[in-house]
Structures are given as C-alpha cells and as structure tokens.
Design a protein around this ligand. Structure first.
Ligand SMILES: [Zn+2]
Length: 253
C-alpha cells in the first residue's frame, strides 16, 4: 500500500490491533451511538472503492441484513485492477476479472447472491480524477430514504477518500443518510488521534453467524490475501485481517 497524504500515511505495520482492542473496550463501556437503525433501513447502499471494501467496511452488517431480507445495493467503484501494481493492459485486466469473481463469491458467502450490484469501472488508484462522474452516477442511483455506507473521506487511501467525498456530495443533494467507515484509519491513526472525529464513532455488534460469514467472505479475496511478489506481502496483511475479526463494526455517523 502506497503512502498517501502527509498526515495519513499508510506505511509499515500500523497501529497494532491489541492497542485498539484495549482502547475500544474502554469506549464501549462509555456507550457509543446506537446503530440498530442500520439493520432496519429500507435500503443500504454500500459504495465500495475496491472489491473487498464492502466486506472490510460492513460485511457483518450485510450478512445480518441478508438474514432479514433487507434490501442492499453494492456500488463497485473500481475493479481493483491495480492492487498488484500492474500497468493498464493484459495483467491489469486479468486482475480485474479475478477480483470481480472474488467479489461475487464474497457476496454469496455473505448471503447476498440476490443483492443488486452496479459496476462503475472507474480506474483503480485514480478515482479522484473521476470524482464528479462518480457523484453524478450515485445521484442517479440513490433514493432519499437510502442509508449510504462509504469509506471515510479522510481514510488515507486516495480512492477511499474520493469515493467518500463523492458519496457525501450525492447524499447532501438527495437527502440520504451518510455513514462513513474508517478502513485504513485504523492503520495510520493512534487512539485519540486528533484527526479522527471520535465523537461520531458508532459500534454495531455482529451476530456470531454473521461474523462467520464475514470471515468466509473475506477469504474469498484470495488475490489480496497472498503475497504479491517475492518482495511484497499481501494487501490484506495480518493486521487488517485481525481488525476484520472484531466482534463489532465501527462507523462514523
Ligand atoms: Zn480499498
């Protein structure tokens, strides 16, 4: 993962999960915002910059909504073709195809084989250049009653941030409820980091069976879970996988 902004660097191994675990346990007792309405929303729209972000962001929520037959729309912003650094061409196309298939398997394992999926096909790593087009596409897809879940605008990855800005803009126009999800924030930030709006943090406990489905869904993304080359480890390293095993999912609401 490349370094991104001067303040929100995604490099090294990041903040260890046991540090977060202790800190989150303390906050839990201080009662985070209620999130049960996420399960009751008429439709949840997940704007996922890359295949796997829907699982990392809210795989547990999606599995629980699948159980309740709650309507879900996945907006796939990119096909993730640049995860292994391939330049546009045959190798990138093959990676995109592989990741599209991994995403479908992951959604099936969440119980979402019937969910609607819209593929935007914007270039992986260059979503910022297509931000206006993404905003317009979202505006055409969203309903005022939707709850829209997207990577946080200040998450640290440029695609995550551009998707977050586009979704925020479309939601503001249409009146949808916006929920942002920190994904890479857990890597670059430390507990009580002043760049993070902790007062907006909300936790959703994931039911055990849905938790298992989330783990199965993440394992579908094999291209991201194995070393990219002799010198480069997996995109989804041990720290990210440890965060995906939390008993709760965390949102900025
Ligand atoms: Zn991503």
């Amino acid at each position: 993962m490349e370094a991104v902004t001067s303040e929100r660097l995604i490099q090294g191994s990041g903040t260890p999960e046991d540090v977060w675990r202790d800190w989150l346990r303390e906050r839990q007792t201080a009662s985070l915002c209620d999130t049960s309405w996420l399960l009751r929303a008429q439709r949840v729209v997940v704007v996922a910059p890359h295949p796997d972000d829907e699982v990392l962001a809210c795989g547990g929520l999606l599995a629980m909504r699948a159980d309740a037959a709650g309507e879900v729309l996945i907006v796939a912003v990119t096909d993730g073709e640049a995860s292994h650094g391939a330049a546009p061409g045959a190798a990138a196309n093959a990676m995109a195809e592989r990741r599209r298939a991994e995403r479908l398997t992951g959604l099936q394992r969440l119980g979402l084989e019937g969910a609607s999926l819209v593929r935007c096909g914007f270039p992986d790593g260059r979503v910022d250049r297509c931000e206006h087009a993404l905003t317009q596409q979202l505006a055409g897809l969203l309903r005022a009653s939707d709850v829209v879940i997207v990577s946080w605008r200040l998450d640290g990855h440029p695609d995550h941030e551009a998707a977050g800005r586009a979704a925020a803009s479309a939601c503001a126009t249409l009146g949808c409820r916006l929920v942002e999800v920190p994904i890479w924030m857990w890597h670059w930030a430390a507990p009580d980091d002043e760049q993070v709006p902790w007062q907006r943090l909300a936790a959703l406990p994931v039911e055990p069976l849905s938790w298992l489905r989330k783990q199965a869904a993440l394992s579908a993304h094999a291209s991201q879970l194995t070393a990219r080359s002799a010198a480069l480890g997996p995109v989804l390293d041990a720290a990210i996988c440890a965060r995906a095993r939390r008993a709760c999912e965390y949102f900025l609401i």
